[in-house]
Write a protein that binds this ligand. Structure first.
Ligand code: BGC
Length: 420
């Protein structure tokens, strides 16, 4: 099973999860307050801000030819309208390192973390945020666009809508979902100018990308379309897209209507904003099965569960690619992966997921690349460093990297551009 020529083979990271010392971001502030939702603070993370050259070299040695990473807004624009030449130069060096190693970069402009000042000004509920975001994107692309072939504006722009549905359905019991809601609430409190409270209010306001309101949805879509304009003006050669968290929504008899609604909230509602994009970034980790009484918990499906509590179901990627093709745009798998301590299980996950990509391609679906999440074991947000998604293990006491067998497996597939 071979892949089209030029198919990109990569791994992904996000700035706050790997760089370390992201002190000007809202996440850093939230991690350090009393009663924090976070299992532990991000601290030095994987010290990727210092070690990016060796990390990029390692990806190339493994056989990969692409790297998706994010630029940290809080570093580039540490105060409203004040840009850091030093931070811009840093990301220029990261991009140059990619070029030196034959790695195609895909850059995300916003991956969950905000500059602290942005959240204090109201974050993703403030009407000026789309304009501020577009200005930041335009500035970065104006400086660095010649080194950036692909840009994702906003990572998982739909995540707030997913959480919103779960709240509405009264399915707030899942620990991870509760943490997300709590974090959104903490951000709202931060924007209101007080320390986030330990006791969580009943009704989350939800300042995050995890915005829970219709206005928030519109704001995010506007931020994306404005940013796309700013990017195109600054760097006409750069291809622009967004990334969406897409679960493979499967209906059992009686669950069809709700399944359709869930898919609409994840995907269809975003189609107007995607009109004019160059690609869609598909991010998938598992499936949702909906029966007559609503979503069936992963644990009740009888299969293995990952460290995140998701069902081990790598076949989900194929289902999602087939449905996302309805956007009529080229697709990139911008994230797909598994949190597991068992690396054999990771290899199996990737092997099965890629089988699905190959079948989708064989049916004419335009998939242009696959980025495994994640390159490194890293800071899994509220869950801290416990879940291990990485192709490469990181000893955080020494920052020593050790490639896992799954990394060699994916690198081998990349080199052959074919599944064994
Ligand atoms: C996010 C990543 C996260 C991963 C695993 C995605 O939702 O983009 O930042 O680490 O899932 O949970």
């Amino acid at each position: 099973m071979s892949f089209p020529e030029g198919f990109l083979w990569g791994a992904a990271t996000a700035a706050h999860q790997v760089e370390g010392g992201n002190v000007n971001s809202d996440f850093w502030a939230l991690e350090h307050q009393s009663g924090s939702m976070f299992a532990e603070p991000s601290g030095d993370a994987c010290d990727h801000y210092r070690l990016f050259r060796q990390d990029i070299a390692m990806l190339a040695e493994l056989g990969l030819d692409a790297y998706r990473f994010s630029i940290e807004w809080a570093r580039v624009e540490p105060a409203p309208g004040r840009y850091s030449r030093s931070a811009l130069a840093h990301y220029g060096e990261v991009l140059q390192a990619c070029r030196d190693h034959g790695i195609t970069p895909m850059v995300t402009m916003h991956h969950f973390s905000n500059p602290r000042w942005l959240t204090e000004l109201g974050g993703w509920e403030d009407q000026d945020t789309p304009g501020r975001f577009a200005a930041y994107c335009g500035t970065v692309l104006g400086e660095l666009g010649s080194l950036i072939p692909y840009v994702c504006t906003i990572n998982e722009a739909n995540i707030g809508q997913i959480i919103r549905r779960l709240i509405a359905a009264g399915e707030g019991r899942n620990l991870h979902r509760e943490a997300v809601v709590g974090l959104a609430d903490d951000r709202a409190t931060m924007a209101a100018g007080t320390e986030a409270s330990v006791a969580r209010p009943q009704r989350p306001k939800g300042i995050f990308l995890f915005t829970f309101s219709d206005e928030g949805h519109d704001l995010i879509c506007r931020a994306h379309t404005l940013a796309r304009e700013g990017i195109r003006q600054a760097s006409p050669g750069t291809k622009v897209g967004i990334t969406l968290a897409l679960q493979d929504v499967q209906a059992q008899p009686g669950g069809e209507k709700e399944a359709d609604e869930i898919w609409a909230g994840q995907f269809t509602d975003f189609l107007p904003a995607l009109d004019g994009d160059d690609f869609v970034g598909v991010q998938n980790y598992s499936r949702i099965v909906v029966g007559p009484d609503g979503e069936i918990p992963a644990a009740a499906m009888g299969g293995e569960l990952t460290q995140m509590g998701y069902e081990f179901y790598p076949q989900a990627l194929e289902g999602v690619l087939r449905r996302a093709a309805s956007a009529g745009l080229p697709l990139f798998v911008t994230e797909n992966g598994i949190a597991t301590a068992d690396d054999t299980q990771r290899t199996e996950f990737v092997r099965l997921a890629l089988g699905g990509v190959a079948r989708a391609l064989a049916d004419g679906i335009d998939v242009r690349g696959y980025f495994y999440w994640s390159a490194l074991d890293n800071f899994e947000w509220m869950l801290g460093y416990r879940p291990t998604f990485g192709l490469v293990a990181v000893d955080r006491a020494t920052q020593r990297r050790t490639a896992k067998d799954s990394a060699r497996y994916l690198g081998g597939v990349a080199r052959r551009n074919a599944l064994p």
